[in-house]
Design a protein around this ligand. Structure first.
Ligand code: GCW
Length: 721
């Protein structure tokens, strides 16, 4: 089976390469002069430091990539572009180890690497890991990039190139790296009509009407960018899933994309609609939703429904032998689910798991549910529905949960569901697209936020039970581990709408590979690869980035406020919103401002949400004197005159934070101006313009929210100067 598909895929690549004039990467390689952001962090502009350039040219004077797979061809191609650009020189590629100084191979295809195997720690690094090591071969200095599989070589190649992009020394290298998380996925919320839910960078990349006949060359650049940061899977479509994607004609299109992505180590997954087996003619009936099958039900206990999914899985795997699996949003925001048949999440997930299991596929069953009947406090609902089901899911099922208990707010405490289901693999869902953080208009670097979550100590198994240890399986011993990021990619030339939003895509990939990397380190890599290598400018830009999330929290939702944004659109402020279709979509439900104070009482005497946290966390958050101020109004209803740590009253502190957030944007504007001469003009202008919009809108956030809350407390607005 594997043999036939790889042969088919090779022919496919050859055809595509011919169709694209034999140079599928031309765009990324050639646009040096005119920089519109298309090339992302894979620019490979010439090394600016003359000494380093000399060093690199002498150390990497010839390259040998061993192996004949498509992945090895991709590595050769990448090195050609990268070394040609960075070293501004044609580096010879050779088959002979003896003439070469950079050797890339596996023990299976390289004798010398096989010999060195014992010293290279290859045994412990799995299929995706790699080793980069300075060594001597036949008495000559050499650098070896070694791995067990070709995909590890590709990751190792990108890691080696990152060293050059950052102009770091490549003497005495001794790097061993393997991913801490097994499933590192982008989740696209792309619809079949080309729109993207919560997408702010144009339309979907997937041209369904052209596929499978026409393969847009951007698919290759997408795959290459993802591989460069270690992403190994992509869910192509919106969790609000259109069942049509499971029709045979669409599956052929999906298979064409899978063929493109495969040699980059990227598997394809689909979001599926739970009603898919139901006949389309039920579309208009209220209790049954139309799918693409011929059944009258999608009850997971119905044998015909189970058969339907098994047949569908078999059909998919025939076309895509390495298909990844299904992502499911069920019984949430109008999406159908097993509850309609009085069945549980377990019944639904396990039915799909059973269909995928023989083929090696997985189910990612989302816990994003907030049925108002479960509890009056939305923050408590998914925990209450899911935690009792711990240990009942099939082995190939993840429960995929958002980082916070509500919904990707600018800041949330970590969702207490993490750690509370020790016998269920849990996948962390982060949102790269800035639904609640200024869309693609605001410069907000998200790595510090993700680090705050990952490093949060849940106390699930006593002290030092960080979220990172829960999702990488080290705390509770889970075998399957995963991290998903809701994509911010669209068909805009610069991929993400805001140039700096590329850094969030980048950071998600890097953190899913290694969550111990710091936000600062990742920013350093990204800035040097994308913008400039001038140390001073790098320092300035990094500092803009590193403070940008806290600033955004301050001008939108300081001190634990949340969900007070414009209805539906979620961009600007609408703290007065009290007319939404659901109570828990209203801003007033969340901030609870009144004449006495502000905030949602989730203490043990309030909604009780705090008691879902583990002991010491619960105690700390429950106590208004101990609760970290960043979560204060999340857990407490606080009097306007209460003294804060700063000795200011809550009201004055709130005003100060709103103002500090808005002022930070002014600082970013002047910082950006100060680095102008290091930035390509088109990119400089693009960011400068966006910052002006951010300034205006941060001001609107501040003024609207302060003005609104003042109506309750009737206090003066403190003088900010
Ligand atoms: O945050 C909400 C978004 C919806 C989204 C939903 C979800 C895809 O506003 O647009 O739907 O979350 O995560 O399912």
């Amino acid at each position: 089976m594997i043999r036939t598909f790889s042969l088919k895929a090779i022919l496919f690549i050859i055809c595509v390469t011919l169709l694209c004039g034999g140079d599928i990467y031309a765009e990324t390689a050639d646009s040096n002069s005119n920089d519109d952001g298309y090339r992302l962090w894979l620019k490979y502009d010439k090394i600016s430091d003359a000494n380093r350039l000399e060093e690199y040219r002498s150390v990497v004077s010839a390259v040998s990539v061993r192996g004949e797979s498509q992945t090895c061809d991709i590595i050769r191609n990448e090195l050609k572009i990268a070394l040609g650009g960075l070293l501004d020189k044609d580096i010879p590629f050779t088959d002979s180890i003896k003439d070469s100084c950079l050797i890339i191979g596996t023990p299976a295809n390289c004798k010398e690497i096989k010999k060195l195997c014992k010293t290279l720690s290859l045994k412990t690094i799995g299929n995706e890991g790699f080793v980069i090591k300075s060594t001597k071969l036949k008495g000559k200095d050499a650098i070896i990039v070694a791995a067990n599989k070709d995909i590890g070589l590709l990751y190792g190649t990108f890691a080696f190139l990152r060293l050059l992009q950052r102009q770091q020394s490549i003497q005495n290298l001794d790097i061993v790296s393997q991913p801490k998380i097994q499933y590192r996925l982008l989740n696209h919320w792309d619809n079949l009509d080309g729109t993207v839910e919560r997408g702010y960078a144009g339309r979907s990349l997937w041209k369904w009407d052209e596929l499978p006949g026409t393969i847009d060359r951007r698919y290759y650049d997408y795959a290459r960018a993802n591989a460069s940061i270690g992403i190994n899977g992509t869910v192509l479509n919106n969790v609000n899933a259109n069942p049509d994607l499971l029709k045979p004609e669409y599956l052929k299109k999906v298979a064409a994309l899978a063929d493109v992505f495969r040699p980059y180590g990227i598997k394809v997954y689909l979001s599926v609609n739970f009603s898919s087996p139901i006949s389309a003619k039920f579309k208009l009936e209220s209790s049954r939703r139309g799918g693409i099958g011929n059944l009258q039900t999608s009850d997971p206990m119905d044998p015909n429904v189970r058969r339907w999914w098994k047949d569908k899985a078999a059909e998919i795997y025939k076309l895509i032998p390495d298909f990844g699996g299904f992502l499911v949003k069920s019984s949430s925001e109008g999406m159908p689910g097993p509850q309609e048949y009085n069945r549980t999440h377990v019944d639904g997930a396990n039915m799909l798991a059973e269909a995928l299991e023989p083929h090696g596929g997985i189910v990612m069953w989302r816990s994003f549910v907030y049925d108002a009947e479960i509890d009056p406090d939305r923050a408590k609902r998914n925990y209450k529905e899911f935690v009792p089901l711990d240990g009942k899911f099939a082995k190939n099922v993840f429960v995929q949960s958002k980082n916070g208990p509500i919904d990707f707010q600018p800041r949330e405490p970590v969702a207490p569901i993490f750690g509370a289901m020790p016998d269920t693999p849990s996948m962390l869902e982060l949102q790269i697209t800035q639904e609640y953080l200024g869309h693609s208009k605001h410069l907000v670097y998200l790595a510090p936020m993700w680090k705050e979550y990952l490093e949060f100590d849940t106390y699930a198994k006593g002290q030092s039970s960080t979220l990172a240890k829960i999702i990488d399986g080290s705390l509770q011993g889970q075998k399957m581990t995963g991290m998903a990021g809701v994509s911010n990619i669209g068909n805009n030339r610069n991929w993400t709408g805001h140039l700096f939003a590329q850094a969030n895509w980048y950071a998600f990939g890097r953190l899913s590979w290694d969550h111990s990397l710091s936000a600062e380190e990742i920013a350093d890599e990204w800035v040097r690869a994308t913008l400039t290598n001038n140390d001073e400018a790098v320092g300035t830009i990094k500092s803009m980035m590193l403070g940008s999330w806290e600033a955004c929290v301050n001008y939108m939702t300081p001190l634990g406020l949340h969900h007070i944004m414009q209805e539906g659109f979620h961009y600007g402020p609408q703290p007065q919103l009290d007319t939404a279709a659901r109570e828990d979509w209203n801003s007033v439900y969340y901030h609870r401002a009144d004449a006495n104070g502000l905030g949602f009482d989730r203490t043990c005497t309030g909604s009780g949400a705090v008691s879902q946290c583990f002991g010491p966390v619960c105690e700390r958050f429950n106590d208004v004197n101990a609760c970290p101020e960043k979560y204060l109004l999340w857990f407490h209803h606080v009097p306007w005159d209460r003294k804060m740590q700063s000795e200011r009253t809550l009201w004055n502190e709130l005003c100060l934070r709103y103002n500090a957030g808005a002022q930070y944007v002014d600082k970013m504007i002047s910082d950006w101006q100060s680095v102008e001469k290091y930035i390509k003009p088109e990119l400089y202008e693009h960011v400068a313009k966006k910052l002006q919009t951010q300034k205006k809108d941060a001001g609107i956030w501040r003024d609207t929210c302060i003005g609104y809350f003042q109506k309750f407390n009737k206090r003066l607005i403190p003088d900010f100067k």
